[in-house]
Design a protein around this ligand. Structure first.
Ligand code: BES
Ligand code: MN
Ligand code: ZN
Length: 505
């Protein structure tokens, strides 16, 4: 999408999108009808040039400027304006970045058949909000259609250029640069998550991530199986041992902080490129979804790209544990005991509880090597989190109240919400094994919490750590306000906001 910024001026041709604030409540013209919204100067000038077509349509269509509501006016006037689209802003006082992006997404949905549109954002307030509207248009425009060879060209969205008019176009353009960096990261995440498992497997994931990140100045290392064996990552390697694909760990470093030697923030992602369940095989129905069991890793890579593209002033390391979980003659069996890099032994009672086995070794490694100031891990870890929260929140688990609160606050700001769960000894007990230090599953209840307790056993005392169980939010069959059906890219904006608010400047 080509995005340009310009001063406000009534267009004389093409398609105009006008963001219209909601009429203030309590000023209803009659008890049943709300007063029509007032048009800004530019919109009013356009209306005049169209012989009043816009204000007539507002009255006839009872358009009130309600948030994300759309009113289409086709072929108004007799000139070269082909279409005017009104989009409701709601109460301008409650506009924020997340709301502005949703409005942008609604604009994309309403105008995707056009090739170019002009957005008149007179009443959105701060210049940054105009930038967020533009970012929302772009976010919603993402499609993963590289494997569709027969799609009707006319069925595809055509919108490739938006000209954004606002009060301070220079400022809006500057703000947009940062948002575009984040959008690029989100698109990279969506690409990785959408790819099928015959295309994205541990090695191809790592290579693709490396190619993308190296271009933006991120240092990338790939630890191969020999290296992982030497490090003693028996838990991670056990998961991958039934696969024809070699396991690996991706280490990405962005050292943008003032003090290059300062302890980094660590992001750790579960990268199970396909999860069959292993010998504890999953049911076939829906198993195809397990191609996106690497979404945690996808979010880590997308976030690293976002940070690098906007030259974030922060030191961050991003690690991905990349494996494929397959049933095979060589696969690990239920009951096998593996030794993790931490030295702790694990009885693998269920080979389908593999994400925690991958993460535990990467968590040990990241602490040993980088001594991070805090760790956030992201994983499509449990089906139980979907039972608890559906697609509306991701689960948050932490050993540190400050970290939990700042993460939740960042999520709230960007509209990627987190809900914190309790943790404690009463849940941890469930992991007791008869023959090893722990088993990899708890009882039938509170499965998301016992999974988090398992991870916490690998976190050193005094290291602030949070675990985000994102199984319910990274893929959406129906689509979300900001994404077409499929990969949502959930997590990139959340982590980026978390870093901006707590680790930069
Ligand atoms: N990758 C799954 C969790 C999952 C399920 C993600 C559905 C997305 C959608 C994970 O590896 C898994 O299989 N978890 C098991 C754990 C159980 C065996 C303790 C689960 O949730 O059933
Ligand atoms: Mn599994
Ligand atoms: Zn899994």
């Amino acid at each position: 999408m080509k995005v340009s910024f310009a001063k406000l001026s009534a267009p004389t041709q093409g398609v105009a999108v006008i963001a219209v604030p909601e009429a203030p409540k309590g000023k209803a013209a009659t008890p049943v009808k709300t007063a029509p919204p007032a048009l800004g100067k530019t919109a009013a000038a356009l209306d005049k040039s169209l012989g009043g077509a816009i204000s007539r349509a507002i009255r006839a269509g009872e358009f009130t400027g309600k948030r994300e509501k759309i009113l289409q006016i086709w072929a108004p006037g007799s000139g070269r304006i082909t279409r005017v689209v009104l989009v409701g802003l709601g109460d301008p006082k409650t506009l924020d970045g997340a709301v502005a992006e949703r409005i942008g997404a609604a604009i994309f949905a309403a105008t995707e058949r056009e090739t170019a549109v002009t957005l008149i954002l007179e009443d959105v307030g701060a210049a940054t909000l105009a930038a967020h509207v533009a970012a929302g248009v772009v976010l919603k425009s993402y499609r993963f259609d590289k494997y569709r060879t027969k799609e009707d060209k006319d069925a595809k969205p055509k919108l490739t250029a938006i000209s954004v008019q606002s009060v301070s176009p220079v400022e809006a353009g500057k703000a947009y640069t940062g948002l575009a960096a984040v959008n690029a990261g989100i698109f990279l995440t969506r690409d990785l998550v959408s790819e099928p498992a015959n295309v994205i497997f541990p090695d191809s994931f790592a290579q693709r991530a490396k190619a993308a990140l190296a271009k933006d100045g991120v240092q990338v290392e790939i630890l191969n199986e020999a290296a992982l064996r030497k490090l003693g990552m028996g838990a991670l390697l056990g998961v991958g041992q039934g696969s024809a694909q070699k396991s690996c760990v991706l280490v990405a470093r962005w050292n943008g902080g003032k003090d290059k030697a300062a302890a980094p923030l660590a992001l750790v992602g579960k990268g199970v490129c396909f999860d069959t369940g292993g010998i504890s095989l999953k049911q076939p129905g829906g198993m195809w979804d397990m191609k996106w069991d690497m979404a945690g890793a996808g979010v880590v890579v997308g976030t690293m790209q976002a940070l690098a593209r906007r030259k974030a002033k922060v030191n961050v390391v991003g690690l991905c544990g990349l494996v494929e979980n397959m049933p095979d003659a060589k696969a690990q069996r239920p009951g096998d005991v593996v030794t993790s890099m931490s030295g702790q032994t694990i009885e693998v009672q269920n080979t389908d509880a593999e994400g925690r086995l991958v993460l535990c070794d990467v968590l040990t490694y990241v602490q040993q090597r980088f001594k991070p100031r805090a760790i956030v891990d992201l994983a499509t870890l449990t089906g139980a989190i979907i039972a608890a929260l559906s697609e509306h929140y991701a689960g948050l688990f932490s050993n540190n109240d400050d970290l939990a609160e700042t993460l939740a606050a960042a999520g709230k700001k960007v509209g990627e919400r987190l809900w914190r769960f309790p943790m404690g000894e009463e849940y941890d007990r469930e992991l007791k094994s008869l023959i090893a230090d722990m088993k990899n599953i708890g009882g039938p209840r509170a499965g998301s919490i016992t999974a988090a307790q398992f991870l916490q056993r690998f976190i050193n005392k005094d290291v602030p750590w949070a675990h985000l169980d994102i199984a319910g939010v990274v893929w959406n069959e129906k689509g979300t306000p900001l994404a077409a059906p499929g990969a949502t890219g959930y997590g990139v904006r959340l982590l980026n906001r978390f870093i901006v608010d707590n680790y930069e400047g």
